[in-house]
Every structure is written in structure tokens, then in C-alpha cells.
Design a binder for this molecule. Structure first.
Ligand SMILES: *[C@@H]1O[C@H](CO)[C@@H](O)[C@H](O)[C@H]1NC(C)=O
Ligand SMILES: *[C@@H]1O[C@H](CO)[C@@H](O)[C@H](O)[C@H]1NC(C)=O
Length: 190
């Protein structure tokens, strides 16, 4: 029994060494392992598991996918804020307007993060460190802008618009936080 366990363990080790990257296992398990480094691992895994084949066991691809998904979610929230703005007035309208600007900045920063990660494919030496560091900076800035959006509603009393925007952007923040963790993870794996 113990011998079988040992044999299985050695077999697993062998499999891990031929796998494309260090997180081990198949692509789905690779994503699960990477997501373990994030603050919202379930959201991370559930949103990315369907793309396991595109990720191919690469930590850079995982970070890139998370960034793509974040960009997507920022866009969805921005669209909703734009729609809500049409019928709003007073403090709500002002908060929505500021939020709209903050989300546009966040989208721009997530796009820059994606560009830095895409540039990693051809990067060597110090450029790798520099690009990862830029990606970290841009993704942190995006998170700050999302924070700015929701903070803007502090002076607005409880209302459906506030609840809806804070819920939606709150979820976007989770995606962004996860993407940032996966970008930070590149420092550890390189
Ligand atoms: C990957 O691993 C999971 C869980 O261990 C398993 O359910 C799934 O079928 C595996 N996929 C492939 C392609 O081997
Ligand atoms: C991320 O999006 C870019 C642009 O659409 C695409 O080229 C790239 O393949 C995507 N990467 C992943 C891992 O989804």
C-alpha cells in the first residue's frame, strides 16, 4: 500500500516536470492552483476554468486571461453606469459622472496591463522585470480608480442606483484584485 502510494507520488512528480509550468497538473488544475494565490479563488477559478486550453499551463497566460476578463467586466460596469446616468439627477448624477470617468481610466489601465503582459513574450533580461513591474503598477491604479467610483457614492443616501453600482463595481474590484494577484505571482515564478 505504502509502496503504491510512493509509486504514485513519483509518477506525479514525473508528470509535474514534463508539464509546461510549475503549478503542476493539467490545465484545469493549473488554473485552480494559480487561483489559490488570489483573494477570491472561487471567482477566479469559475471565471477562468472554461479557458483552460488557451492558458496552457503558463503563468503569464493566466495573468493575461485574468486581465482580459477584468477589462471585460470594467466595460460592462461602465456601460451600466452610462445607462443609469441618463435618468439620474442631483448627487446621484454627479457620482455617476465621476464614476464614469474613473471607470474609463481603469479600463485604460487594464489595457496597458494587458499590453505589458503581451510584451513579455518577446522580452528578455531586465525588460521582463520592467514589464512585470509596469503591469503591477497599472493594475493597482485600475483598482484605485474602481475604489474612487464607489467612494464617490459615500455622500449619496441609500438608493437603488447606489446599491446597483456598488454591487456591480464591487464585483469588478474582485476581478481586478485577482488579476493583480496573478500579475504579482509572476514576480514569484520568475
Ligand atoms: C483535469 O483534472 C481534473 C481534476 O483532477 C479532472 O476532472 C479533469 O478531467 C482533468 N482534465 C484533463 C483534460 O485531464
Ligand atoms: C487577451 O486578449 C487579447 C486581445 O483580445 C488576445 O489577443 C489574447 O489572446 C487574450 N489572452 C488570453 C490569455 O485570453
Amino acid at each position: 500500500m505504502a509502496a503504491r502510494k510512493l509509486a504514485f507520488f513519483l509518477l506525479s512528480l514525473a508528470a509535474a516536470t514534463v508539464a509546461p509550468a510549475s503549478c503542476g497538473g493539467n490545465s484545469t488544475e493549473f488554473i485552480r492552483t494559480c487561483c489559490g494565490a488570489t483573494r477570491y479563488p472561487r471567482l477566479c477559478f469559475n471565471s477562468m476554468a472554461g479557458y483552460a486550453s488557451t492558458v496552457q499551463g503558463s503563468p503569464v497566460q493566466v495573468a493575461q486571461l485574468a486581465t482580459n476578463l477584468t477589462l471585460d467586466r470594467i466595460g460592462g460596469a461602465a456601460l451600466q453606469v452610462a445607462v443609469l446616468r441618463r435618468g439620474a439627477s442631483g448627487r446621484e448624477a454627479a457620482a455617476l459622472s465621476d464614476c464614469s470617468e474613473a471607470l474609463a481610466d481603469a479600463a485604460d489601465q487594464a489595457r496597458r496591463t494587458a499590453a505589458e503582459l503581451a510584451g513579455l513574450a518577446a522580452a528578455v533580461g531586465p525588460e521582463v522585470t520592467w514589464r512585470v513591474s509596469n503591469a503591477q503598477t497599472w493594475m493597482s491604479a485600475a483598482l484605485t480608480n474602481e475604489e474612487t467610483c464607489t467612494d464617490g457614492f459615500d455622500g449619496v443616501g441609500p438608493c437603488p442606483i447606489k446599491a446597483e453600482v456598488c454591487r456591480r463595481v464591487g464585483r469588478v474590484k474582485h476581478f481586478t484584485s485577482n488579476a493583480l494577484a496573478l500579475v504579482n505571482n509572476l514576480v514569484a515564478t520568475r
